[in-house]
Design a protein around this ligand. Structure first.
Ligand code: BG6
Length: 465
């Protein structure tokens, strides 16, 4: 196939963040508590509530994004900044995002807004259990309506739920104790997953009613499996892994159908959610406009002879113990300092798999390298990050050359932010934020070498990739 020389003119080069990881001001201007606020103590960061202080430095940050040359900026709107108790509007929250959206638009940067990035209002968790209850669907729809009403005139691209496939694997993200285990717990996760699928369909329908030109879709994190050997049994294990890692959600989003393996898995264990025919019809009638792909790593998977099921505490489809497949070592694939496989080809595997199965355009909504960065004489020579991003962009260019519809690429992250589990030790940004887990310092911004590299990639539309 003839390889393209440059990325298409309308391809969106972007970068991403999420509100609780970047904004700080966690208790300011009326913001209410959200579920992840309670995770603060666990990741060893002394001041989570300041994060990267983007709330106070938004103007400066967007100016840097403009200098970087971003065509798109993905961020989430904090539910509890806009509705502190999950129900009533806080004008100061709306005002912050109005300023942010206006500033982006004034620089010609397309906003991509994530409606839900792990931030369920704590009050609603206490009142009815958040996503575990059907009431969670209505609350989320009401929040989305507020966003569409106030920002729909300037925001065209929307993401419904970030990484539903991982929300249901981490019990604390649903407000359940970490040590939860057993089939009753597993049934709750499957029910929460189903509620999120119904909520997604409702909000896609609402977006299209309120903003006919909008483009809206979910963001999943597929971690595609490759077989550990040429043994066909390992290929089947890898296919089963993919069914239970992301197809089971996307089949509902895009077709209103349960993947057969998923349904059988739940039936065998008597953990099926309560399903209504009209919900499935709603999903089938309201598929997404595109699918967001978060890609960091892949998995190598082998056949498992194990027949018994031993469910672990950490969520659905416990890979090593489900008795269908097991995770395997792969000496061909290097790893990050945190043991994440580095496999750029895995991105192509995901894009080809998802696009062929659902026949929808795709948008890469996260991809990046978490690393320790060192400041030497005021500079950060993050060649490791440049290499990682370059290799992943090369895969996207190849997929575009094969004819796959890819709308854009948002690297994770635009600026250093608090990593989900490692705080500020594990950095992802093009822009360095001067703080550590232990010390707040002056929070000044420094452009890393990757900043200048990405700036050039955008300017030349990826010609040298
Ligand atoms: C994605 C999340 O799963 O991975 C981000 O959407 C997260 O919020 C990113 O930061 C990287 O994970 P981590 O644990 O290294 O921060």
């Amino acid at each position: 196939l003839k390889q393209i020389e440059r990325f298409p003119d309308d391809f969106l080069f972007g970068a991403s963040t999420s509100s609780f990881q970047v904004e700080g001001a966690a208790e300011l201007d009326g913001r209410g508590k959200a579920i992840h606020d309670l995770a603060e103590k666990k990741i060893g960061i002394t001041d989570f509530s300041t994060a990267s202080d983007h709330y106070h430095r938004m103007e400066e940050d967007v100016e840097l994004f403009h200098e970087l040359g971003l065509n798109m900026y993905r961020f989430s709107m904090s539910w509890t900044r806009i509705m502190p108790d999950g129900k009533n509007i806080n004008e100061e929250g709306l005002a912050f995002y109005n300023r942010l959206v206006d500033k982006l638009v004034s620089y010609g940067i397309e906003p991509l807004v994530t409606i839900y990035h792990f931030e369920y209002p704590y009050q609603l968790i206490e009142e009815f259990g958040g996503w575990l209850s059907p009431k969670g669907i209505d609350a989320y729809e009401a929040f989305a309506k507020v966003l569409f009403t106030h920002f729909g005139d300037r925001v065209k691209y929307w993401l419904t739920i970030n990484e539903q496939d991982h929300v249901v694997k981490i019990s604390e993200r649903l407000g359940l104790p970490k040590e939860s285990t057993g089939l009753a717990f597993e049934r709750k996760l499957q029910q929460a997953n189903y509620h999120m699928c119904v909520a997604t369909a409702k909000v896609i329908q609402l977006a299209h009613q309120m903003m006919p030109d909008s483009k809206i879709g979910p963001a999943v994190n597929p971690m595609p499996a490759i077989p550990s050997s040429g043994n066909p049994k390992d290929l089947i294990a890898a296919m089963e892994f993919n069914e239970l890692s992301h197809h089971y959600i996307l089949d509902l989003h895009c077709r209103g159908k349960f993947s057969p393996i998923h349904w059988k898995y739940m039936q065998d264990r008597d953990i099926c959610p309560k399903v209504k025919t009209e919900d499935l019809q709603l999903m089938a009638a309201n598929p997404p406009d595109f699918i967001g792909i978060n890609y960091y790593l892949n998995q190598t998977v082998a056949h498992s002879e194990q027949e018994t099921i031993a469910l672990r505490g950490q969520g659905v489809f416990c890979e090593e113990e489900a008795g269908i497949y097991q995770l395997a070592e792969n000496e061909l694939i290097p790893q990050t300092d945190w043991g994440w496989n580095i496999c750029p080809e895995g991105l192509s595997i995901s894009l080809m798999d998802v696009c062929n199965r659902y026949q929808l355009p795709m948008l890469i909504t996260e991809n990046g390298l978490g690393a320790y960065d060192e400041v030497v004489d005021g500079k950060i020579h993050d060649t490791y990050r440049i290499e990682y991003l370059q290799n992943h962009l090369a895969q996207i260019k190849h997929c575009l050359s094969m004819g796959f519809p890819i709308l854009g690429y948002c690297a994770w992250s635009a600026i250093d932010l608090v990593s989900g589990r490692e705080g500020m030790d594990k950095r992802y940004g093009f822009i360095y934020v001067n703080r550590t887990n232990e010390e707040l310092r002056d929070l000044n911004r420094l452009k890393k070498d990757s900043f200048y590299w990405y700036q050039n990639v955008i300017q030349e539309r990826g010609q040298s990739i």
